[in-house]
Design a protein around this ligand. Structure first.
Ligand code: 13P
Length: 333
């Protein structure tokens, strides 16, 4: 297959009717935080057990087209000693890999952050591809305040995101482009809309600058919501605010917009996705690429005990199924 044929095939496998992506790519500190919330210590063995259980959920491939993995999991064997990418492929699910290397302060921009990971990226991708990964993910993070994010942060993060996407495509790996506008804070939904528009506009300018093939990428953005400390907006308000921004700045050439859940509860993120898909015409597929909103109930059900595997899988299957309904506007609550 040529590189272009590889990209086309992966996009076709990822962006499918009724399916979304499971983000199971928490870094070691993040998964430790999630496990602590359910009283489990994070060790290589507990991470392997938990991730092996959820990925083996019977019928997961009916609702999930791709799973984003952390490097450790890509190279792990399941509890039945099957390589994780092979296990996913046997469920008809495309294995993907998180390739950014976290974030830190952006110098001379107090309060803003920049994502790391471009150095050595091509060599890492080559290795991941040999292990079975067919798509990748890179996350930029933007904090909202009255003054943040600075233009410097928006522009610098957009630049690295586009450079990552270009490298991925040159190697036949579909890039998930994730500019996360954080939900933390007491800002209004209008302020979130303003920041999201500024961020997405610069991201697409940078993607254009770096000649990224928009038809062969997936956008993974935040929904436009008020800050976590400002109370909730209704699903219709979230959908309206999100689509107004996206119509202005996300080209119709992008095949799929797969939202992150970003701290919304599992139920909220399903209701909001359903509202987005119920609100008239939009040129892209609107789906989910949730981490917490798909996994929280499964983590609670597992609680570090192998004998709870069946309940954890039932919880995972339930959230995947409900979000797959919401992805077509068919979720009835
Ligand atoms: P959440 O859905 O928990 O925000 O995670 C998605 C993700 O991949 C963040 O990078």
């Amino acid at each position: 297959m040529t590189t272009q044929e590889e990209l086309n095939a992966t996009i076709a496998d990822l962006v499918q009717p009724r399916k979304g992506i499971l983000a199971a790519d928490e870094s070691s500190p993040t998964i430790a935080k999630r496990f602590k919330a359910v009283g489990v210590e994070s060790t290589e063995a507990t991470r392997r057990e938990y991730r092996s259980i959820i990925i083996s959920t019977p019928g997961l491939g009916e609702h999930i087209s791709g799973v984003i993995l952390f490097e450790e999991t890509l190279e792990q064997l399941s509890l039945e000693d099957i390589a994780i990418p092979k296990l996913l492929a046997s469920q008809g699910i495309v294995p993907g890999i998180k390739v950014d290397q976290g974030k830190g302060p952006l110098v001379n921009a107090p309060g803003d952050e920049i994502t790391y990971g471009l150095d050595g990226l091509a060599a890492r991708l080559e290795h991941y591809k040999a292990m079975g990964a067919r798509f990748a993910k890179w996350r930029d993070v933007f904090h909202i305040s009255d003054t943040l994010p600075s233009f410097q942060a928006i522009k610098s993060n957009a630049e690295v995101l586009a450079r990552y996407a270009a490298v991925c495509q040159s190697m036949g790996i579909v890039p998930i482009v994730e500019p996360e506008v954080l939900i933390d804070g007491n800002h209004t939904i209008e302020r979130a809309a303003e920041v999201s528009e500024d961020v997405l506009l610069e991201v697409f300018k940078a993607l254009h600058r770096h000649r990224v093939n928009l038809e062969c990428m997936v956008l993974k953005p935040s929904m436009v919501t008020p800050g976590k400390e400002s109370g909730k907006a209704s699903p219709e308000q979230v959908a309206e605010a999100t689509l107004s921004v996206f119509r202005r700045v996300v080209p119709a050439a992008v095949p799929g917009i797969f939202f992150l859940s970003g701290g919304q509860t599992p139920e909220e993120s399903t209701e909001n996705l359903n509202a987005l898909n119920s609100m008239g015409y939009h040129p892209w597929e609107l789906s989910f690429s949730y981490g917490r909103a798909l996994q929280e109930p499964a983590q609670k059900a597992w609680a570090g005990k192998l004998e709870n595997a069946g309940s954890a899988q039932a919880a995972m299957k339930k959230r995947a199924r409900l979000n797959s309904l919401a992805r077509s506007g068919d979720y009835l609550g």
